[in-house]
Each structure stands twice: as structure tokens, then as C-alpha cells.
Design a protein around this ligand. Structure first.
Ligand code: MN9
Length: 289
């Protein structure tokens, strides 16, 4: 049976930082704003959360803050992938204790690992937790491209509950969806949410959902209702914003846009740099919903 708590629209939450570490007050406020907008859950500590620029202690604080803010109101998927298996297992144990509803991890980072190693990594994670483990497949950033047969092998591990699919190979998504009807699949490219849903995704996880949660919910709900005219129109509106964010840089752009619309969520960590006036011009006219 598919886990209904894990379907729907999940912003890949941005992390707010202050001079010392995680700005817990801002993170809690943003988590509540997103829950109030009606999203089904939050994906915490992933690429959009700048996890790669955070210490493991900060990542624990971040997750505890989000769960503290939204409680059991909406679902929380904790991204626990690090550069080492030991580090990921440590964050996995912490996330389960902290009350996350599911865990997720990117494929092992930096070195070019072979499939044997990638599969073993997920076996270790799945054995460490009783929570569903969601594979985060993002070949453009990890450099690891897995075939349909290889992804299917990992999805056959009993505790592996599904996959976040950030790729435009919708043939692959459709084939895997069909082979694993009880697992959950998320579209990962916001600009193609509707295409992912059409290929069988159960929802989406994305960075630009931080800025337009209601619009992404409209796409999802219109699709479920069979109202393709509305779904297409809302995706087109969403893409106005996504195209502008891609132009200036997605993560610094999402933060700048939050600020322009009245919610100062701070800046990204270096090596990201704050954006200038040109970026503000690209973003200020955008309609936020
Ligand atoms: O997978 C996100 N991808 C990255 C999720 O973080 C690299 C997306 O939400 C993109 O940021 C978004 C813009 O291309 O679709």
C-alpha cells in the first residue's frame, strides 16, 4: 500500500543562516508559512537546504527545528545524505529519533562509485532505519546516472520507499512507476512538475516551491481533478518564475525573492555570493503565489 502521508507537494526547504549557524527562528517561521499554504510536507536538508555547506551538527539542529515547528501537521522527509556512509547513518539514526516520516539520500557523492557501491550504500541505510528510504536521483549534480534496471534493483530493497527523480527521462520514470505501484515517486524539476505527474509521479519536491507553494499545489490539484487546461496554465505561470530564478541562480534567487516579497530569509552560504541589482530587476516584478 502506498503511504498517503508521503504523496503531494513538498517544498525542498531552504535553510536560513545567521552569523553563527542555522537561524532557527526564521526556519521555524518559514516551515509554518509553508504548512499554512497547504503543502503536504517538507523535504529538509537537501540540495536546496545547502546541506553540502553545513556541518552534521547544524543539519541535526535544522531538522529538529522544522519538526518542532510543524509537529505532525505535515510530513517531514529528512535528507540525510553526506559524503560518507558513516555520516549518513548517523544522521539517519538522528532523523528517526527526531520524528521524521521518511529519510532520503542522494547517491554517494564526489567519487565515481560503481553500482555495487551505490546499491550497498542504500542497503546499509535501509537496514539502519524502520522509516521508508527515498532515493534522491539527481544525475546532473552527482554525476551518477543509473539505468532503469539499476534503479529497479535499489527500489527492490524492502525499506526503500521510493525515489525523488530529478531528470527529464520521463520514459524511465514511467517504467519504474509501473514496476513499483506501491512506492512513492516525486518529480524533481519544478519546471516539469506537470510532465512528471503525467509520467506517474505521486507529487513533487522542489526548491522554487519555497516561493510559490500555492501555485505548485494548484498544478497538482488540477492534474488530480483531470483539469489539464488549468494545470497547464498554472505550470506556465510557475515557469515564468522558474526561468527568472534559473537566470540569476536558483538558490540565491529563491532567497532574494523571499526578501523582495517581504520575508527576509538571509543569504546563501559561500561559495554562493549575494546577488546584485541586476538580479533584483529580474525578480521584483514576479507574481508570488
Ligand atoms: O531537485 C531541485 N534541483 C536542484 C530539485 O536543487 C538542483 C529543483 O527544484 C530545481 O532547483 C528547480 C529549478 O531548476 O527545478
Amino acid at each position: 500500500m502506498k503511504n498517503s502521508r508521503l504523496t503531494g507537494i513538498f517544498p525542498a526547504m531552504l535553510t536560513a543562516f545567521d552569523g553563527r549557524g542555522v537561524d532557527t527562528a526564521k526556519v521555524a517561521a518559514h516551515a509554518k508559512r509553508l504548512a499554512d499554504a497547504g503543502v503536504h510536507g517538507l523535504y529538509v536538508g537537501g540540495s536546496s537546504g545547502e546541506m553540502i555547506l553545513m556541518t552534521e551538527a547544524e543539519r541535526k539542529t535544522l531538522l529538529e527545528t522544522v519538526i518542532g515547528a510543524v509537529g505532525d501537521r505535515i510530513s517531514v522527509i529528512a535528507h540525510i545524505g553526506t559524503t560518507s556512509t558513516a555520516g549518513s547513518l548517523e544522521l539517519a539514526r538522528h532523523a528517526e529519533k527526531a520524528g521524521a516520516h521518511a529519510l532520503s539520500s542522494v547517491t554517494p557523492l564526489y567519487y565515481k562509485y560503481g553500482f555495487r557501491e551505490v546499491k550497498h550504500y542504500y542497503e546499509r541505510l535501509a537496514a539502519e532505519t524502520s522509516l521508508p528510504v527515498i532515493i534522491y536521483n539527481i544525475p546532473a549534480l552527482t554525476g551518477t546516472t543509473l539505468s532503469t534496471a539499476q534503479l529497479s534493483e535499489i527500489l527492490s530493497i524492502p525499506n526503500v520507499g521510493g525515489m525523488k527523480f530529478t531528470s527529464s527521462d520521463f520514459f524511465q520514470l514511467e517504467r519504474i512507476r509501473a514496476a513499483f505501484p506501491d512506492k512513492v515517486f516525486y518529480n524533481g524539476s519544478d519546471e516539469m512538475l506537470l510532465s512528471g505527474l503525467a509520467a506517474g509521479a505521486d507529487g513533487g519536491i522542489g526548491s522554487t516551491y519555497n516561493n510559490q507553494p500555492k501555485r505548485m499545489l494548484k498544478i497538482y490539484n488540477a492534474y488530480l481533478a483531470g483539469d489539464m487546461k488549468t494545470a497547464l496554465a498554472e505550470q506556465a505561470k510557475a515557469n515564468e518564475m522558474i526561468a527568472a530564478l534559473l537566470k540569476v541562480g536558483v538558490l540565491p534567487g529563491c532567497k532574494m525573492l523571499l526578501k523582495l516579497k517581504g520575508f527576509d530569509y538571509g543569504e546563501c552560504r559561500e561559495p554562493f555570493l549575494p546577488l546584485g541589482e541586476d538580479a533584483a530587476k529580474e525578480l521584483e516584478g514576479l507574481e508570488v503565489e
